[in-house]
Design a protein around this ligand. Structure first.
Ligand SMILES: [Zn+2]
Length: 335
């Protein structure tokens, strides 16, 4: 099969042996697979990232000296099943799946390759003819759903979303689905601010022109609670948030910051700030997100800014660092 392969810290297009389904597995064709910040991080600083995973007691061993086919945000078509395997869906059915270990593994290929193996018990059918490049966004959108669930949102909350990349946009969409009102979103990029408004932000702020906290204090009143979603994953932002928020604010750390950060805890102490970290999603949140996409309650069509074949992945990953040009690039290995 053709695949974009992470090899020696670089993405190369190559031909690999076709995977063969074992008992309990479905052989699927990758129709579309989003490129995620985790993929960029795996390419630039993989061993360090895995050391942090180990430190947190999660993830399986991963050898960056061997090939890795990345891609955990996929929509696939069922081609075949392994021996003695239940066949819950017809061949040709479009599915996605909770991506346990897939796309960050030396053995289980991800969606940047033409073929993959999925656990049949995890298959979730894509319904209502939702196009594969949009169904592939189930995974990143579920990240937003989970972050909002971790926030224990109430009607009193006045949410501020810092950073409008894929994580921030997913949080905004999830807040909107939950009926949040008065969502403020901040990003340096005009293109991302426009997308934030399209995904449901009520006010967008350019941090160069205006502090999002001042704006937010203007609408906030004594009856509303301050709820901030950190969605940049950048070092230094937590301190800015602590400096900006009022007392009793809640902060959800939805962006994953992979480097050492520094902040003054006393500022948070004096404001009695509550900091909640969040990552990924539960199986139920994943299913619910797919359902919301298929039923049209969640429209992510504006987030997909490019679609590339395996040969285009290296360039796509380089381009993702420019927020004006790209938000979510989807790999279509069959191209
Ligand atoms: Zn992802």
């Amino acid at each position: 099969m053709r695949a974009a392969v992470l090899r020696g810290g670089r993405m190369v297009a190559d031909t690999l042996p076709d995977p063969v389904p074992a008992a309990g597995q479905a052989l699927v064709k990758s129709l579309a697979c989003g490129i995620c910040g985790t993929d960029l991080h795996a390419m630039h600083d993989g061993p360090h990232m895995m050391a942090q995973f180990r430190r947190a007691g999660v993830g399986r061993p991963l050898d960056f000296a061997r090939d890795i086919v990345l891609g955990h945000e996929f929509c696939c078509e069922i081609l075949d099943y392994g021996p003695d395997t239940p066949q819950p869906f017809r061949r040709g059915t479009h599915v996605t799946a909770f991506p346990t270990g897939i796309g960050l593994s030396n053995t289980l290929s991800g969606g940047f390759g033409e073929l993959m193996l999925l656990d049949v018990t995890r298959l979730e059918p894509v319904t209502n003819g939702l196009p594969p490049h949009l169904a592939a966004l189930t995974e990143p959108m579920a990240v937003g759903v989970h972050a909002v669930a971790k926030a224990r949102l109430t009607q009193r909350d006045l949410p501020l979303v810092i950073g409008c990349g894929p994580v921030g946009l997913a949080v905004i969409a999830a807040l909107k689905l939950q009926g949040a009102a008065g969502i403020v979103a901040a990003d340096f990029s005009p293109a991302r601010r426009a997308l934030a408004a399209r995904m449901g932000a009520d006010v967008v702020v350019d941090p160069r022109m205006d502090t999002p906290y001042r704006h937010w204090h203007e609408i906030a009143d004594a009856d509303r609670d301050a709820l901030v979603f950190e969605c940049t994953g950048a070092a230094g932002v937590l301190q800015q948030i602590l400096d900006g928020v009022p007392v009793n604010a809640r902060i959800v750390m939805a962006g994953a910051c992979p480097v050492t950060d520094r902040f003054e805890p006393l500022v948070g102490t004096l404001k009695e700030v509550n900091i909640q970290f969040a990552v990924a999603y539960t199986a139920a949140e994943f299913s619910r997100t797919l359902h919301d996409l298929c039923e049209g309650r969640l429209d992510v069509s504006a987030m997909v800014t490019a679609r590339v074949g395996t040969a285009g992945v290296a360039r796509a990953m380089a381009e993702l660092s420019d927020p004006e040009r790209q938000v979510k690039i989807v790999v279509e290995p069959w191209r």
